[in-house]
Design a protein around this ligand. Sequence first.
Ligand SMILES: *[C@@H]1O[C@H](CO)[C@@H](O)[C@H](O)[C@H]1NC(C)=O
Ligand SMILES: *[C@@H]1O[C@H](CO)[C@@H](O)[C@H](O)[C@H]1NC(C)=O
Ligand SMILES: CC(=O)N[C@H]1CO[C@H](CO)[C@@H](O)[C@@H]1O
Ligand SMILES: [Ca+2]
Ligand SMILES: [Ca+2]
Length: 566
Amino acid sequence: MSARLLLGLLAALVVGGAAASTDIDWWENAALYQIYPRSFQDSDGDGVGDLKGITQRLSYLKEIGITATWLSPIFKSPMSDFGYDISDFKEIDEIFGTMADFDAMMVEAKALGLKIILDFVPNHSSDECEWFQKSVNREDGYDDFYVWHDGKLNAETGEREPPSNWVSVFGGSQWTWHETRQQYFLHQFQVKQPDLNFSNPMVREHMLDVLGFWLDRGVDGFRIDAVPHIYEHRNADGSYRDEPLSGWNSDPNSYDYLDHIYTKDQPETVELMYEWRDYLLKYQQEHGGPTRVLLAEAYSPVETLAAYFGNGTRLGTQLPMNFQLMYLSGYSTAREVVGSIDYWMETMWTQHQTANWVVGNHDTQRVANRMGAHKVDLLNVIVNALPGASVTYYGEEIGMSNVETECTEISCDDRDGERTPMQWAPVSNAGFSTGPSTWLPVSPDFERYNVQTERGVARSSLQVFKGLQQLKQSSAFLSFKKKNGFSYEAITEQVLQIVRTNNLNEEYRILVNMGNGIEIIDGLADKVFEYILVTAYSLHRPGEMIDLSRRLLLMPYEAIVLRWLA
Ligand SMILES: *[C@@H]1O[C@H](CO)[C@@H](O)[C@H](O)[C@H]1NC(C)=O
Ligand SMILES: *[C@@H]1O[C@H](CO)[C@@H](O)[C@H](O)[C@H]1NC(C)=O
Ligand SMILES: CC(=O)N[C@H]1CO[C@H](CO)[C@@H](O)[C@@H]1O
Ligand SMILES: [Ca+2]
Ligand SMILES: [Ca+2]
């Protein structure tokens, strides 16, 4: 039987299984995809991706089984941090197109049944934002919009100094003196990204207004940027305390120099998550439509994130993003993978929450570089075989690698390497742009790793990814709230097994060999299984049968999906 036919059969099973699982809301099993708009598709040849380009490519997302996509910022911005410095929260930046282009994208997404999630960047605005200008000039209502302070006088030198020793995420002081206002302002990120004052009800009102604006244009939710940085601790007298030294970095200008007890994960953050969720719930009550979802970007311990979900009386963000799998390295064994899954799953089970799994984003090296090119498929298999929502960074499905970039006038960011143009086809600029050049270089390996070529290769990363997405929507993969129907373990130091079953007539065994040696496994189960999906290193073909009461052989870096049907 051909793989295509098999997938066809699977699709039929999905339809059959759907009725049994109506208690699962769309986001709980979402296959999410992060688009970095500058690099997805350029429609007008200026070398920078745009909204029209994204619209043209939405059908591709549908083809590979994606159900929702979140877009990094598309709002008006001086692009000092490529859109994470917003100067108008309710405008589209002209580099990406117009509001009409945005609306057209929404229409196409709805037609395809794809959910659209926007990046919401509440912590700061651009210093070119009208609000900041008004605050600088102490205009009525805007005086306290940002975090201003006189600084303190050094008793010995008599000179003015920043209010505290805080270091910004990108290095250097978090406090910058503003000549016009004659005060310091706080910025946890760049100088051009002044932090908003979330203790100010007016600021919170403005932000709800921003959410409402985009909900009215049809978006299905928001991914909230830099959540742990929203609040800073301030003493009752308005002064700020120095943060203690971390002890493991000796460079006073480095973010890691300090232990961020006053500038990260402050208790008010959780309350704010509840406030935003309430707003979304109210919106849905008034306007109907699907559940609007909140994803939170927070590099925080799972114990901290646990409160984001809600607390019994209040609901919070549905998907505080789980970055645990991003901490794996090329040396991580299956046992370590299990440890990293445990860390998150234990909390999900005790709190009855839905898991999510992120493997990459625009701030982190690609899997091919972090773990090795031969592990890309393994990670794609793991995140999609685990229960809950999966999040794929654009290009991971075709095995894109980081590109060594050089500083140019457009960009000089140490994260450029993972932000290069999407590789669509073995043609000029990889099909990303018809222009003479692109804002970041196209990867030199694009002729091998691109969508068009991989469509035609049976065991390409793309085909493996697609196969996984189909399985993810099948009934056996939909029971996950309890341990019932889902389990995982390291059956050897290097072999991870994930079991998904509907506890009735269908069971899947996903086996992943993280190591570089052949693995022999005897007597894994008392049943005969069928190979459903195999990766490049496998010696088997879909359709072959295997008696798991006997011996199973796994090649180095092989991943397989086996199915038993009653
Ligand atoms: C934030 O705004 C509130 C008023 O709404 C004000 O009381 C407070 O001092 C401001 N905080 C800072 C750090 O400026
Ligand atoms: C949940 O959080 C809200 C807001 O922070 C608080 O008022 C309420 O007491 C909390 N409920 C529980 C059960 O902790
Ligand atoms: C992963 C992510 O989105 N990180 C962003 C966090 O916020 C800063 C400042 O807004 C951005 O530079 C990062 O890209
Ligand atoms: Ca363009
Ligand atoms: Ca802040």
